[in-house]
Every structure is written in C-alpha cells, then in structure tokens.
Design a protein around this ligand. Structure first.
Ligand code: CTP
Ligand code: MG
Length: 237
C-alpha cells in the first residue's frame, strides 16, 4: 500500500555545489554575502521557516571550504551530501542521501541555493497544487518578445511568446519517480531541471505560476537586486 499521506511535511534538496563560473570571483556565488549573510544561509533560512518543510538536504561541492557546518536551522534538521560535476548529478546525490528518510511515494522539493528570494506563499501554492497534480514546478510566463539568433547574432525569427514559461524552483516530485527519472537520464549537463528529467520519463509536470522576483543569482548585478528583494520581502513573505 503506497503512502498517500499528502499532508506530510516534505524534505527539500538544495543543490549548492556549483562553481558560479558565470559569476566569477574567488568565493562561489552561493556564499557571497547579501546584507552581511551568505546567500546560502538566506535560502536555507527561508526554507527552514516554512511550516511544510521537514528538513533540508544541502548538496555541497567536494572540497567546499565555506560550509558553516550547521546540523539544524529553526528546529529543522540540516543534512549534507557531496555533489557532482553538473547540477543534475548534485540533485541525484541529494536524493540518494535521503533514501533512509523518504519513501518512494512521498513528495520532495528541490530548490536552487542561488534563489534566496523564494517566497513562503509560492512554496505553499506549489505544494497545494502540485501534490494533487502528481508533480509540479514554479514557473513564470515569458513577458519579453523572444528572438531566435543566427550565428551572426542577427535575428532569424521571432519566437511565439504564448505558452512559454521560465522554469523556476522549487520543483516538487515524488521521491521514487524523480530518482528513477534522473537515474534514467544519467545526470549530466543536458538535464537542467528536475521537470526535464520527468518529462523525458513521460510525466507532464504542472506549471504553478510563481513570483518573478524568485530570481536565480547569476551575475554581480543580481546580487544588488537580491539584496533589495530580501529586505523588501522579509516583511511580506
Ligand atoms: N549546482 C550544483 N552542482 C553543480 C552545479 C550547480 O549543486 N555541479 C547548483 C548551484 O550551486 C546552484 C544551482 O545548482 O545553486 C543552480 O545552478 P547555477 O545557477 O547554474 O549555478 P552554478 O552552476 O554555480 O553557476 P554557473 O553555471 O555560472 O557555473
Ligand atoms: Mg550552472
């Protein structure tokens, strides 16, 4: 009899094993101070504060010298695993490390360390809509006009904007289905989010509209924006 208790609290895997190559600099971007606190700590605190999150599994780079080594946050367990070469490999490592904690039929969340501005209300909506749908992701509709470029940087054509969404995180899937989908996809750079692995395995994840300000910090300009958003949404979310 599979566990169908959809009210159970969820573990959240936080891939934080990236190098931040596009950001550059000495410190990996997930440890950059935002308002005096490392980005990863902002992200973990927001997750741990959410009433539906049972604990966080932080996936760290093999030689991470910056991890603060905490075992709990806001009363929730914080565990760690060692990540891999690409994001999908790191998420797989996090899933494997949760094998004892989570049953196949239970849902888990995956949330990028580099998205510190995630709102509690978006996590709640993702869980409320995503659990009955069997799997879901936060996403934002594309608002700009999209151009396809040729190798000469000239426009080849204008892509339709309708029905195009940007995939955000958290993403929510059943532990067993996501593990199987990522294992089957073989990890690596080609799989850029969990939903993609699920799509390849024949699933059709639900798109749950999330806030545009759940940005992925990728460049230096994003840090300034994240700092602004974190102080602003601290009161609201
Ligand atoms: N990540 C990871 N393991 C990897 C690569 C990425 O856990 N091998 C994590 C990052 O730490 C980040 C999230 O996946 O929290 C999203 O990745 P991205 O924003 O691309 O971060 P980086 O890969 O670090 O940055 P870049 O692509 O510029 O190198
Ligand atoms: Mg990357």
């Amino acid at each position: 009899m599979p566990n169908t208790n959809t009210d159970a609290n969820l573990w959240c895997i936080v891939p934080a094993a990236g190098r931040g190559a596009r950001f550059g600099g000495e410190i990996p971007k997930q440890y950059l101070p935002i308002g005096g606190k490392p980005m990863l700590m902002h992200t973990l605190t927001r997750l741990a504060m959410h009433p539906r999150i049972a604990g966080v599994m932080v996936v760290l780079a093999p030689k991470d010298a910056y991890w603060a080594g905490l075992g709990s946050l806001r009363g929730k367990p914080v565990r760690t695993a060692t990540g891999g070469e690409e994001r999908a490999d790191s998420v797989l490592a996090g899933l494997r490390a949760l094998r004892e904690q989570v049953q196949d039929s239970q849902f888990i969340l995956v949330h990028d360390a580099a998205r510190p501005c995630v709102r509690a209300a978006d996590i709640t909506r993702l869980i409320e809509l995503g659990v009955p749908a069997g799997g879901a992701l936060l996403a934002a509709p594309v608002r700009d006009t999209l151009k396809r470029a040729g190798t000469d940087s000239r426009v080849v054509l204008t892509e339709p904007r309708e029905a195009r969404w940007r995939a955000l995180t958290p993403q929510l899937f059943r532990y067993g289905e996501l593990s199987a989908a990522l294992e089957a996809a073989g990890g690596g750079a080609a799989i850029t989010d969990e939903a993609m692995a699920m799509e390849r395995a024949g699933h059709r994840p639900l798109l749950v509209e999330g806030s545009d300000d759940n940005i992925k910090v990728t460049t230096a300009a994003d840090v300034t924006l994240a700092e602004f958003l974190l102080t602003r949404t601290a009161q609201e979310s």
